[in-house]
Design a protein around this ligand. Structure first.
Ligand code: ADP
Length: 395
């Protein structure tokens, strides 16, 4: 059997998402998730050839989940075809501007970034170490969410605070969703027949987490997320930008501690906090369509913030070859896309309502009129990108 596939792993604190992908043919042979890791109700779920399967793991953490996964891959006859493992890592700080093979030094550098991503990087490291143990013969590669944005110029990544905080503590804008931007930017250029090295592409990655990026000549020159994924756009439960004095204001008026305000901004804000309904954009859209004015206002705040950021990025790029929507909301919500594109009409965008309404569920394509500045949808595929990088590094 030819070793033509890559096992892609995305480890969270209590979950492990996986996929086996042939980066050459782009065929996804299996995908799934091990959930509720660390509890006694851990479960492994997967989808293969359109069919779903599941298996309880009992009391299992990441290592046991990978053992279960190995058994599953063996049963399905996929294990022999795997040549390497590619891991998603959230924060690479300034240590990594591209994907690389795992070595002891690389693991140390990822550990070094734990202070920047205390929830994510430890889980990512657990996944890498478990994979090294369970699949001892296979090389491991790491693909960072932050790496793509290392090309940003200092004027875009520096915060106007004492410079020593950058030099000594690494306080700066890093940006996230980089793997998605790299995939979507290239795919958009390919679809439009543009040379990525001579192009100006705006991307709005709108999922539960949301950010936007200005990609000039294939490189990120600005993005909305910052030191952490809280900055920037309105998200499912995250506020995005607010006045930083909110911390002291809420402390003085309501006695909120640092942790309480941090928790509020990360978990109780955004679409959920403002709408007082749900973090899921669909629920708010349905309410707005039925005439709920507060739901409509929530969507308008979401789109206002996004359109302002995109307009700023357009000025920084000097030209727009395409505005691309991606992520769960970007790929599916014709309502949000219409709202945003109408706000950006000053840049020559004219929506094609029919194309906009017809583009959802993984479909990619242009959604603007002929002659308009191009607005389009590209379904992102971070796992495919991770498999491609891993193959390139291990070939
Ligand atoms: P994550 O950031 O967790 O990867 P996704 O990119 O999967 O999130 O996006 C999830 C979000 O996409 C959901 O919370 C939901 O708000 C939104 N979404 C999915 N389908 C639709 C739809 N048809 N209309 C509007 N929003 C949608």
């Amino acid at each position: 059997m030819s070793k033509d596939s890559i096992l892609v792993i995305n480890c969270g604190s209590s979950s492990l998402k996986f996929a086996v992908i042939n980066p050459g043919t782009e065929e996804e042979k299996i995908n799934g998730i091990a959930e509720r890791l660390g509890s006694s109700e851990a479960v492994l779920r997967w989808k293969i050839n359109g069919e779903k399967g599941s298996q309880t793991l009992g009391l299992a953490a990441h290592e046991a989940a990978l053992e279960g996964l190995m058994g599953l891959l063996r049963e399905e006859g996929l294990i022999e075809g795997i040549s390497a493992i590619g891991h998603r890592v959230v924060h690479g700080g300034e240590n990594f501007s591209e994907s690389c093979l795992v070595t002891d030094e690389v693991l140390e550098a990822i550990e070094d970034c734990i202070k920047l991503a205390p929830l994510h990087n430890p889980a990512n490291l657990t996944g890498i170490r478990a994979a090294q143990k369970i699949f001892p013969g296979l090389p491991n590669a790491v693909v960072f969410d932050t790496a793509f944005h290392q090309s940003m110029p200092a004027e875009a990544y520096l915060y106007p605070i004492p410079y020593s905080l950058y030099k000594e503590q690494g306080v700066r804008r890093y940006g996230f969703h980089g793997t998605s931007y790299r995939y979507v930017g290239q795919a958009a250029a390919d679809m439009l027949g543009l040379d990525i090295n001579n192009s100006n592409i705006l991307v709005a990655h709108l999922g539960n987490g949301a950010s936007a990026c200005a990609i000039k000549n294939g490189k990120s020159i600005d993005t909305t997320m910052g030191l952490t994924p809280l900055e920037g756009l309105v998200m499912g439960t995250r506020s995005g930008d607010v006045d930083p004095n909110l911390f002291s204001f809420l402390n003085k008026t309501l006695g909120y501690s640092l942790d309480e305000t941090t928790d509020m901004l990360n978990k109780k804000s955004g679409l959920l906090g403002l709408s007082e309904m749900d973090s899921d954009c669909r629920v708010i859209e349905d309410a707005a369509v039925e005439g709920n004015e507060h739901a409509q206002l929530t969507l308008d705040v979401f789109c206002h913030v996004l359109a302002e950021k995109l307009a700023g990025f357009a000025a920084a790029m000097g030209k727009i070859d395409a505005l691309v929507f991606t992520g769960g909301i970007g790929e599916n919500s014709s309502i949000i896309r219409k709202n945003v594109i109408e706000r950006l009409s000053i840049f020559g965008f004219e929506l094609n309502e029919k194309l906009n309404d017809e583009t959802f569920r993984g479909k990619s394509g242009v959604i603007t009129q002929e002659g308009s500045t191009v607005g389009m949808v590209v379904a992102t595929n971070e796992e495919l990108m991770i498999s491609r990088d891993t193959q390139a590094l291990t070939a």
